[in-house]
Structure formats: structure tokens, C-alpha cells
Design a protein around this ligand. Sequence first.
Ligand SMILES: C[S@@+](CC[C@H](N)C(=O)[O-])C[C@H]1O[C@@H](n2cnc3c(N)ncnc32)[C@H](O)[C@@H]1O
Length: 269
Amino acid sequence: MSFDPRFFYDDYPRIEGEFGALSDVSLAPRGPGILFQVVRELDLPPDSVALDVGCGEGRHAVRLAIHFGFEVLGVDPVQRHLDLAREARRDEPDEISSRVSFSRGTVTELPVADASVELVWCRDVLVHVRSLDDAYAEIARVLRPGGRALIYQFVATPLLSDSEAAALFPVMGVVPTSMERVVTDVAIARSGLQVDLDLDVTSEWGEYAEEESGQASRALLRFARLRRDPDRYRAAFGDAAYDVMLGDSLWQVYPMLGKLAGRILVLTK
Ligand SMILES: C[S@@+](CC[C@H](N)C(=O)[O-])C[C@H]1O[C@@H](n2cnc3c(N)ncnc32)[C@H](O)[C@@H]1O
């Protein structure tokens, strides 16, 4: 579109205030709670066995036990995460803590028997995994016939340039191909799992967190400060920590710019 000075300096200023006011109105973005809503709709019986794959510090494993009465095993490769998760579990009443356990493992080597699980929950993990073929094959192995998997991950969009990806992904431990929508699609097709829901939440979690707590603006401001005075932060925390903080800031900002997009999948064996 060519620049039209008459529109820019005459027509547009007349509607600018009203337009700004309308764009200040929330579009009611869905936050991460949507994952629990999706699980509720699966209507799995209490006592179902659920795996939280890449459970981190165990928050969601505990919530799955609290909200749905599942028997939950959280699996993560990082010992520190397992230690923190076990500590957090101790704060829960016995009827919850007795339903949650944690074990070392990865999505490509899950420490459970074939066909032993009703729900695999895997939130924000698969971008770190080298072979999505192996990951989905393993998820399919552990699910009982009729079992479900709920996956959440970011995908890269065409707005993310090659140079942005090349700067961001190594720092964040992201495998570039695992950010490609089509690589996921092919891996799922090969696993034999059936796709029941494929929901793009694009920037919604980012908008939600921004509206709740200003998360993306804080990340943007942090990014600007880190860029303007790198030595201050490098001297205090070291180069590696500086790079991670810079990368993490972009990880929060890029979804708002449409460069990364949230994707939710529900699969059935
Ligand atoms: C961004 S955190 C997400 C943690 C948690 N699922 C959440 O949503 O808060 C990514 C997690 O994936 C774990 N992870 C990394 N590689 C993994 C793999 N190959 N298999 C399973 N988990 C992995 C990390 O240790 C980390 O806990």
C-alpha cells in the first residue's frame, strides 16, 4: 500500500482516538487455565493414571490430582525439578500427596509400561526435544487404547525471521525443527495417534498475562535495559545468564508480535 499523506495527516487523526480506545478493550484472551478446561471436557474418571511429561517443578501434576482426582506421575530429566516438585508435594494434604509421584525420565524414555496411562499432559516441553517422531511414538506406547494426550507448545510463525530464530533458539535450548508446525503434524501421523483438537491460541496466553500482570511489557522493558547496558548485567551474573535473560525476555515478547504462537493439541490412541 502506498503512503497517502492526506489519509495519514487528515483522515486518520480524526478517528485515531476512537480507534485507540477500541483497541484498548480486551478481546477476552484465554489463559493457561484453558488446558484444565480441556481436560475437564475429556471427562476421564477419577483415579485415571495421568503422566505430566516434562513436569518441571510439579505444579501442574499436583493440580491434576487436586482438580480431577487422577493418580499422577510427573516425569522430568532435571534432578533439581524433581527435588522441588517432591518438596512442593509435601505441602499438600495426604489425600493429594499420596496421588502424586515424580520420576526421572524423558518424553522419549518414559518410565512406565506400555498401555498403562489414560492421560498424557505435556505442556511447554516438546520444543526442547530433538526427535518429535520418537516423542510421539513414546506417548503412543504408554497410552491405553482410547487414552488421550494433551499437548501445548509454541510454534514459530512466518513472522519469525531466520536471524531471530538463530539468535533465540540455541540460548533457549530449542530444537529449531521442533518449532515447525508441520514437523509435529508428521510425527503425530506416524505415531498413529488421532487428532481430536488442534487449537491455535496464538498470542492469547501472552495477552492474558499482560492484562493480569503486565508480563510482556515488563519483559520488553527488561530487554531494552539489557541491550542498553549489557556490562552491568554481565558483570553481576555472567555472560551465560545474561544471554538466557535476554532470550527469555524475547520468548515473552515474540508471541505478542505474532512471531511465536501457542498451539494446543488433543490426541487419542
Ligand atoms: C518450560 S519447562 C515447562 C515445565 C512445565 N511443563 C510447565 O508447563 O510449567 C520445560 C520442561 O521440560 C523439561 N524437559 C526438557 N527436555 C525434556 C525431555 N526430553 N523430556 C521431558 N522433559 C523435558 C525441562 O526439564 C523442563 O522442566
